[in-house]
Write a protein that binds this ligand. Structure first.
Ligand code: CP
Length: 305
């Protein structure tokens, strides 16, 4: 379709095609001259109702490298603060004829709802605990470049699965490309029915990491926890934080990922985050390339493209 709301509904060949295109942008981004004209004359608005470092900046850089005029809507100083709704905000911006809207919102389903109200292409930059499709795509590109393939790999997604749109998008994508997906979490941080999405459930790191090729850590999303989901941060790190001893359970050539932002010493030991097995900085680099590929593909669907 005209939008990218989630990984759900994408085929293996669509995902692989997008990753192949992103590979070209990885090369372009390492050149001195990084600009293309694909989106010349087009307007991209980034509308982020939640905080972001990686996603917002990489979508801005991606749009600009493809030649678009990119506007970052400052929600904090917008009329949302005066009570204007999400939909009225979207309809207002739509009247300015943007071509692409990149949206992050704290409510699951908010981006799909907004997409039905506007004429332009909409890209989901993360909606509540639902999906974060470009994160899963950049993770897949990072894995593919380091392991050669995704098919047949064992990927352990660990930590706060309950609140994680990153986990959901990754489970969908990794299953589509033939990986064996595990989730490792305490019962309080596991959504019910996660097995039906195609993930094998483990309740200890020792069992869940056993022989894993990829260890993907998730941020403990304390801003979404009203009650007591964990006994204490110290105990959480003891049982579920990735440290050297737990990582030794994984395959000898296992690689470590984290979508960021990291809570060092909460879900991951600092030495592991910065260690030889960590792909965390490469994930950020792949983020720009993947977002350029997404925008490039959407550009072909714009009127008069
Ligand atoms: N991984 C990710 O979405 O990071 P930001 O929240 O900084 O965009």
């Amino acid at each position: 379709g005209r939008h990218l709301i989630g990984i759900e509904g994408l085929s293996a060949s669509e995902i692989s095609g997008l990753l192949d295109l992103a590979e070209e942008f990885v090369e372009l981004n390492r050149q001195i001259e990084k600009k293309r004209t694909t989106l010349r004359g087009r307007t991209q608005i980034n509308l982020f109702f939640e905080a972001s470092t990686r996603t917002q900046s990489s979508f801005e850089i991606a749009g600009k490298r493809l030649g678009a005029d990119v506007m970052n809507m400052s929600v904090a100083s917008s009329s949302v603060k005066k009570g204007e709704t999400l939909i009225d905000t979207a309809i207002t911006l739509n009247a300015m004829h943007p071509d692409i809207l990149v949206v992050r919102h704290h409510a699951s389903g908010a981006v799909a709802l907004l997409a039905r109200k506007v004429d332009c292409c909409v890209v989901n930059a993360g909606d509540g605990a639902h999906e974060h499709p470009t994160q899963a795509l950049l993770d897949a590109l990072t894995i593919r470049r380091n392991k050669g393939t995704i098919q047949g790999l064992t990927v352990a997604i660990c930590g706060d699965v309950l609140h994680s749109r990153v986990a959901r998008s990754n489970i969908l994508l990794l299953n589509t490309l033939g990986a064996k997906v595990r989730v490792v979490a305490p019962s309080t941080l596991l959504p019910s029915g996660i097995e039906t999405m195609g993930a094998e459930v483990f309740r200890t790191m020792e069992a869940g990491l056993d022989g894993a090729d990829i260890v993907m850590m998730l941020r403990l999303q304390r801003e979404r926890m009203a009650g007591s989901f964990i006994p204490s941060v110290k105990e959480y790190f003891h049982y579920f934080g990735l440290d050297e001893a737990k990582l030794r359970r994984a395959a000898p050539d296992a690689l470590v990922m984290h979508p960021g932002p990291m809570n060092r010493g909460v879900e991951i030991d600092s030495a592991i985050a910065d260690g030889a097995q960590s792909l965390i900085r490469e994930q950020v680099e792949m983020g720009v390339a993947v977002r350029m590929a997404v925008l490039d593909i959407l550009a072909r669907k714009l009127p008069n493209a």
